[in-house]
Design a protein around this ligand. Structure first.
Ligand code: PSU
Ligand code: MN
Length: 310
């Protein structure tokens, strides 16, 4: 349901998602940067479709978000998904870029930040993705802190992720979330997962063992009027986790190359991700796909639990 009439000129909700909203069914949002800038074709298209199917199989309705010709879309057609998977004319769209892309009728892939923003426009409360952005290594001099963190701080959305990659400073990312009051719940783990690996060196304050516990924590936060999101850190399935030494070496190499080439700003994350993929000869892609699907399943279970009670 759109919060007000004015939004209708900007936002287009698919019939499947609209029906779910009308019937108060559980909905799980999905981002599109992972499709357009995070994976190569055809794995991106196949994964996007599989993620939607996993959410449906687990009793919720998927809502992939993107900006196409300036329309903010919530729920994509197959044609839209193919476009997002193959077109080169799609800007990585964080909050800073959102209004420009919409106003100028361009195409934009939503990041975690703008997927969360889109969720808040239409009232979606759950979102599954791969990894969130965070505080970059060296942020004390570059100021490179992903807008994802601010949007999570401001918006009532629960995000299921596999932690964040150690291309970031995981410790500082957790500190930042603490400052902005965002709980980070470890799903069946006491450690913050590091995306490709099940653990980092950083302890989490809370381990949760069921989707009910997560849904209850989110509901309690919002009923108490504490604004902002909840992060669920769900480790990559063990059989798809990568060797820590291999991945750390790949990340260190990627960071050195990004410095040498003067990569910064919005290019930093996609550059580092594609370098890691190159160095691990595609093994990281396999892990990436497995963990996103795993997060979709958990996201649907949490959403289902949340809506069971209301
Ligand atoms: N981290 C990943 N995979 C991704 C991204 C981050 O492991 O695909 C994408 C997400 O869309 C995230 C964005 O919201 O990169 C963060 O970019 P930046 O650091 O420029 O805010
Ligand atoms: Mn940045």
């Amino acid at each position: 349901m759109l919060n007000n009439e004015m939004l209708k000129k900007y936002v287009e909700i698919s019939p499947e998602v609209q029906e779910a909203m009308d019937k108060k069914l559980p909905i799980v949002a999905l981002e599109s940067t992972i499709i357009s800038h995070g994976m190569p074709y055809p794995q991106n298209y196949n994964t996007a479709k599989e993620c939607e199917d996993i959410i449906r199989e687990n009793g919720a309705v998927p809502a992939t978000t993107a900006i196409i010709n300036g329309k903010i879309k919530v729920g994509l057609t197959e044609e839209d998904l193919m476009f997002m998977s193959t077109s080169k004319d799609i800007a990585k769209t964080s909050t800073r870029d959102y209004s420009y892309i919409v106003a100028n009728k361009k195409n934009g892939a939503t990041t975690v930040a703008t997927t969360v923003l889109t969720c808040s426009l239409v009232g979606i409360k759950f979102f599954a993705t791969g990894g969130i952005g965070g505080v970059h290594r060296g942020a004390e001099t570059t100021f490179d802190i992903s807008r994802d963190l601010q949007e999570l701080a401001n918006t009532d959305v629960t995000v299921v992720c596999a932690g964040c990659k150690s291309i970031l400073d995981i410790g500082l990312t957790l500190e930042y979330l603490e400052t902005f009051g965002v709980p980070v719940l470890g799903y069946k783990t006491e450690k913050m997962p590091a995306f490709f690996t099940r653990e980092s060196e950083f302890n989490l304050d809370y381990r949760v063992d069921s989707p009910e516990e997560i849904a209850n924590t989110a509901k309690t936060k919002w009923e108490l009027g504490i604004k902002g999101g909840v992060v669920v850190a769900n480790p990559v399935p063990a059989e798809h986790a990568m060797d820590e030494d291999v991945i750390n070496a790949a990340i260190d190499k990627a960071i050195i190359e990004s410095k040498e080439q003067g990569i910064h700003g919005k290019e930093a994350t996609p550059f580092l991700l594609s370098k890691v993929l190159e160095v691990t000869e595609g093994k990281s892609l396999e892990a990436n796909i497995a963990l996103v699907k795993n997060n979709c399943k958990l996201g649907a279970e949490i959403a289902k639990n949340y809506y069971k009670e209301i």
